[in-house]
Write a protein that binds this ligand. Sequence first.
Ligand code: FAD
Ligand code: NAG
Ligand code: NAG
Length: 367
Amino acid sequence: MKSSDHIGIIGGGIIGISTAFYLSGLGHDNITIFEQCGIACHSSGKAGGFLARKWCDETDLRGLARASYALHMELKSEFPDLDYRCVDTFQVNTSERRSDKSDTQTPIKWVAEDHVTATKLLDTSDHTAKVSPKLLCNKLISVAKSRGVKVSISKVVDVKKSDGHVTHLLLSNDSEYVPVDILIVAAGPWTTKFIHQHFPEYQLPAPRAQTRAHSVVLRPRSSVGTECLFQYHTTTSGTVDPEIYPVADGTVYVCGEVDYVELPDNPLDIKPDSAKCDDLISQAGYAANCLSEAEVVTKQACYLPGSHDDLPIIGRVPESRNVWMATGHTFWGILNGPATGKCLAELILFGKSKTCDVAPFSPDRFL
Ligand SMILES: Cc1cc2nc3c(=O)[nH]c(=O)nc-3n(C[C@H](O)[C@H](O)[C@H](O)COP(=O)(O)OP(=O)(O)OC[C@H]3O[C@@H](n4cnc5c(N)ncnc54)[C@H](O)[C@@H]3O)c2cc1C
Ligand SMILES: *[C@@H]1O[C@H](CO)[C@@H](O)[C@H](O)[C@H]1NC(C)=O
Ligand SMILES: *[C@@H]1O[C@H](CO)[C@@H](O)[C@H](O)[C@H]1NC(C)=O
C-alpha cells in the first residue's frame, strides 16, 4: 500500500475508533471514519467499561486481552482524564428472602448486609479496572482527528468494486461515490448483514444469537465505593446476574437483563424495555439499598456484536483484496478494542501484527 492511500472505516464504535487511532499513530493519516449516527452512539457509548487482565486466559482471547489491558494502562498514563481507575472486583450473592442472609460481614462498606448471602473477592485492583467507554472513544477520536483523521456522519449504503477491489463507497446522503483504496468494516452487530449484502462470496456464518442487553445509570444520594460487583440475585423464580460498576462521577452503572429482539437498522431506533431496566434497579437494590432509591439518569439497551463461534473476527475478508473486518467482540469489546485496532493497523500497514497473535481470529476460519 501507499502512504497516500485513502482508508475508509465503517463504524464509529470503539473498534473503528481504535483502528483509526493506531493507524494514524503509525503515521498513516488519510483516513475517514463513516458513522451513521454519531461517535460511540451504540454499545461503545453504553457499555460498562469493566476491564480484566486475566479473565480471558482460559480462552483463545488470552493474548488479545492481555495486550489490550496493557494498552489501556498506556492510554490512561497518556490521557489522565479517562475516568480510568483500578478497582477490586467482587462477586456478591443476594437473596430476596432476608432469612437467607449470611452471618459473616461483607468487606464492601456500601453493600447492604440484610440480603447478602455471600461475598467473594474475584480479582484485585492489580488486575481489574473500570474506564468510561464514552470518554475513551471521544479522547481517541479527538487525538486521531488532530493527526488528520476525518469523521463523516453518514451511512455507507453501497460499495463499488472492480477486479476484486473495493474502489468507492456510496453514502446515504450523497449521490457521488467516495473513492477508497482500503475498506475496513467495523460496524459492530451490523457487520454480518453488511458483509452478506456486499461480499456474498464470503459465506460468513451469522452469530448464533442477536443479544440485546439493558443498562441503567443511577445517581444514588449516598456515596458508594469503587468496587465493581458481579451480583447473583436469587428470587422465587430463579437467579439473575446484574453487574454493578460505580463510576468516577458519582453515578453507578448497572447492566444485565438480556433478550433477543431483532436488531433495528439504526442504533437510534433501539428502545429499551423499561420494565427490564426497572428490574435491574430493583435487583441491584438488594446489594446496595441506595441504588433502589437513586435518581435514574439513563435507561438504555444495546446489542452485543457476535460471531458464530463467539470469538472476534479480525483480518482480511476472504476473496477480497482490500477489505478488512473487525467485529464479534461480544461483551469484551471495550477491553479488547485497543489491541484489536493496533493489530489491524499493523496487519494493514506491515502485513503482520507484533502486538498479538491474531491467527485465532482470522475470517478464513469459517471457509
Ligand atoms: C450492556 C453492555 C455492557 C457492556 N459492558 C462491557 C464492559 O464492561 N467491558 C467490555 O469490554 N465490553 C463491554 N460491552 C461490550 C462492548 O460494548 C462491545 O463489544 C463494543 O462496544 C463493540 O464495539 P464495536 O465498535 O464493534 O461496535 P458498536 O459500538 O456497535 O459500533 C458500530 C458502529 O457502526 C455503525 N454502523 C453500522 N453500520 C453502518 C453503516 N452502514 N454506515 C455507517 N455506520 C455504520 C453503528 O452506527 C455503530 O455506531 C458491553 C456491551 C453491552 C451491550
Ligand atoms: C453464589 O451464587 C452462584 C449462582 O447461584 C453460585 O454458583 C455460587 O456458588 C454462590 N456462591 C456462594 C459462595 O454461595
Ligand atoms: C453527509 O452528512 C454528513 C453529516 O451531516 C456530512 O459530514 C457529509 O459531508 C454529508 N455529505 C454530503 C455530500 O452532504
